[in-house]
Ligand binder design. Structure first.
Ligand code: FAD
Length: 298
């Protein structure tokens, strides 16, 4: 039987490795959403994240907004910003132009993704004529342009389009070998899926970090629909925790924070030291989770 002080999550900050956190945002569409975006950025920036990343809308639809938001995050808060980038629906030259735009704006971190077919997340991806073939090809293209810190995607439950785990891990390895620094995972709710991914990656000789992407469940309805779209599963025990809470926001919020705390602290106890939080531009749950990780605003 272990004692509480043996748990990494209960050690004092000086007795455990320093944790690294990063936050993911999406580019706001309206003025009201933009106000919320900045409110959250200003609450989370004092936690000294390694970087704040801003996603790239399906099919490159947010190209200008992503660039504007990452540039402003960096100049307004001093926090390092990372721009997501996909190769959907664009030629190599067009994608390279976006990369040069990031470079000119002083953005040195890119989250490089293939993206999904405009026909829908589950539909087969069709390479644009003259476009990058996949994320590994995109990483190599970015590397040719400059010395970026590149993150790529990893999938604790396998990407829906990979036929088997060998294909999945080979692809992850290709992306890292092409010059990516780390991988960040898709959301997952069963830590065992993530631990198995780490084992599979280690067995394939992957040494780069595979940072868990943590999705706090602000709204079970919304997050379960996102999860279904991207091939992440909702375990029955998780669904039952939120059952019947649609009209009880207070209990829903308390359950959400308990669920996320349980997930994150279990990861810390297993020795995980890097976390990427999917904020959906909200700060409350993430602020609480960062506190559990020993991070406080300055
Ligand atoms: P890839 O790594 O290229 O792989 C996609 C699939 O193709 C895999 O099944 C792989 O095995 C297979 N494959 C690749 N190359 C080959 C090959 N040569 N032969 C056979 N099979 C191959 N989407 C957005 O639109 N905007 C975002 O900002 C965004 N941010 C994300 C951030 C994170 C952390 C994650 C996890 C996902 C994000 N996505 C985003 C979603 C992502 O675009 C999709 O999951 C997409 O379906 C796959 O992208 P990928 O980079 O993993 O593709």
């Amino acid at each position: 039987m272990s004692h509480d002080h043996d748990r990494a999550s209960r050690r004092s900050a000086k007795d455990r490795p320093e944790l690294q956190i990063s936050f993911e945002f999406f580019p706001p569409k309206t003025d009201v959403m933009e106000e919320k975006f900045w409110d959250s950025i200003h609450k989370l920036a004092p936690l000294k994240p390694r970087f704040v990343s801003v996603t790239y809308g399906a099919g490159g639809s947010t190209r200008e907004r992503t660039l504007r938001m990452v540039s402003k995050v960096k100049t307004d808060t001093g926090v390092d910003a990372a721009a997501h980038l996909t190769c959907v629906g664009a030629t190599r030259d067009e994608v390279d132009e976006v990369v040069r735009g990031y470079q000119a704006a002083g953005i040195s971190r890119i989250v490089a993704l293939r993206g999904d077919s405009p026909a829908g997340v589950g539909m087969p991806f069709v390479q644009h004529p003259g476009g990058y073939e996949n994320a590994a090809d995109l990483v190599a293209g970015i590397r040719r342009i400059g010395d970026f810190d590149i993150s790529v995607a990893a999938y604790p439950e396998k990407h829906p389009q990979s036929a088997n785990w060998d294909e999945e891990i080979d692809n992850l390895k290709r992306k890292l070998d092409a010059g990516a620094t780390r991988a960040i995972t898709q959301m997952f709710f069963d830590n065992d899926d993530y631990f198995r991914l780490l084992d599979r990656a280690a067995a394939a000789g992957i040494t780069a970090s595979i940072v868990p992407g943590i999705q706090p469940i602000h709204s079970f309805k919304l997050i379960s629909s996102f999860a279904a779209k991207c091939g992440a599963s909702i375990p029955p025990w998780l669904a039952s925790r939120f059952e019947g809470l649609d009209d009880d926001p207070e209990t829903h919020a308390l359950v959400a924070s308990a669920v996320a705390a349980e997930q994150v602290l279990e990861l810390v106890d297993a020795g995980i030291t890097e976390f990427h939080f999917l904020t959906l531009n909200r700060s409350n749950l993430v602020l609480a989770l960062a506190r559990l990780l020993g991070r406080r605003p300055d």
